[in-house]
Design a protein. Sequence first.
Length: 115
Amino acid sequence: MPNDCLFCKIISGEIPSKEVYSDDHVYAFYDINPAAPAHVLVVPRKHLSAVNDQSEEHEALFGALIVAANKIVGRLGLEKSGFRYVVNTGGDGGQTVFHLHLHILGGRPLGWPPG
Ligand code: 5GP
Ligand code: ZN
């Protein structure tokens, strides 16, 4: 775990966050600068820099990330209205924090295509 990683520090509690969900493999918290009424970041406790920074051993972790996100969507009551999962990756993808995270966005109609 790189000790300069913002999300590793959030997972360890060194930097405070508003927890939404936690299990052995995944931690989720509210985005500090919400882009929608519901905006949650779902991160693996293990440091992976991006969604494609992986090997076969991480297959189960990717499943855990989506399963956790689905639980959070249920808790936030977004199932009926709909929602979006986003994984920004690299420069063109708009990634700014290089610890894999899945955005859950909901609570308003979301435009398509994204900017
Ligand atoms: P990215 O642009 O890498 O896909 O998303 C990074 C997200 O992390 C952004 O939506 C940004 O608002 C959020 N973020 C950045 N710093 C913090 C922080 O210190 N706390 C929380 N809760 N979210 C943060
Ligand atoms: Zn990290």
